[in-house]
Design a protein around this ligand. Sequence first.
Ligand code: PGA
Ligand code: ZN
Length: 500
Amino acid sequence: MSKSRQLRIGTDQIKYLLNIGCNMWRKGYRWSKVSAVGNHLCGKNFFSSGGQLSAGGFFKSVRLYRLKNHERKTKVKRTSISAIQAMEILDSRGNPTVRVYVELSDGTTSVASVPSGASTGENEAIELRDGDASRYAGKGVLKAVANVNETLAPALIGMDACRQPLIDRHMIELDGTANKSNLGANAILGVSMAVARAGAMATGLPLYQYLGGVGARRLTVPCMNILNGGEHADNNVDIQEFMAVPLGAPTFREGLRYVAETFHILKKILQKRGLATSVGDEGGFAPNLDSNEDALETIIQAIEQAGYKPGEDIAIALDSAANSFAVDLRGPYDLKWSGAGKMQSSDLINLAEDWLAKYPIILWEDPLAEGDWDGFRQFTDRLGGKIEVVGDDLFVTNTQYIRRGIEEGAANAALIKLNQIGTVSESIEAVRMCRDAGWRYFISHRSGETEDSFLADFAVAMDGGHLKTGSASRSERIAKYNRLLEIEQELGEAALYYWQ
Ligand code: PGA
Ligand code: ZN
């Protein structure tokens, strides 16, 4: 104590003392002892509690005994995590999911909610579900919630929220498995996202800038899923997602308008044909159609009737989610919903080539199943020069599989879904690997979502230029579009918008 630095401040300088105290507190100084000496004019005390400094009176002099170096190692930063709390909420399908609250020592509180997929890849990080049949048919997430509250929270409290990679790595180590099956990717991601948001809030930056830096100013082309099939709908269409891509629009705002208008016209066309206009999980229409090609033709009609030029103003992107119609995960395939029947990988590739000649398709995700690496290679060899070939279930946002895909030329882009891998930092690593290889990366929501708009900021931060986050319907989808509108507005003239 005797060698501690002391501040000695006189009666008139009490305000000054407070300023010094507060400023030094912000810089991380802590006091081991405060002694107030002399007259005690207002009958109030000056005290230090747990290193915090506060004052309420006038003193002749006050001494602040600064902590010694070794003691200061435990100093609390403004952005240190002071509390983490999780709870069970519902996602857009009414299934339980995890929400996490993080509090920092400066009082910042953030919240983040975890999405959930339906057409999942085999190698995705594990979403921990309770398996207790008496609650939500076994889909409860109380175990994941408990893992946040009882395991992750005590381990992370005191860590600096701005050290995202360190925090994520610490959680991965605590889990101790390759697929986060111990604590649950839903538990870990909830904390990871809430920590990122807390860091952004405490540093006074919008989340997209906090994660992406000052250069983060490229809005995403909204690949709007306007017609749903496969696992996401109860109809006779095999392809899971038909997306309208407003690549010819001058701005995000206009692009969003192009495809939202197309969505509304599509509804009218379907109504005229006496077809259902109820929507699938991601908000796209889910009618029974004559064939998969009928879906493409109807979308082209909608684009034209909305006043846009197919291919020029609005192109088409597809997600086959071919796992869902593969007989086993390596192929062959059975286009069971449409009744088109059994097909080999080569048949699907020929079909794709045929469609590419007829329709303005610019991106094709999971044209084949996740075990069909040969098929993917052949698809990319034949068509990768013309369109973006995206691996979703094939790569599951995991650098282990993306690396193999790059080495083997299995695709030329990866889908990026935060909950496939389970932390913000690992998702960023997957993006980095794509970028380094000259690949594109396509940021994506899940079919089960919440009102959390984290994804919108994340997509702008990653600077990849496109995202998919559903249709112009269902608030959990619209929340992301609205956040992107906000970001565009905030960026003003600095905002960029282009396809490639
Ligand atoms: P999911 O589907 O979120 O249901 O897994 C999305 C996709 O396949 O891209
Ligand atoms: Zn997909």
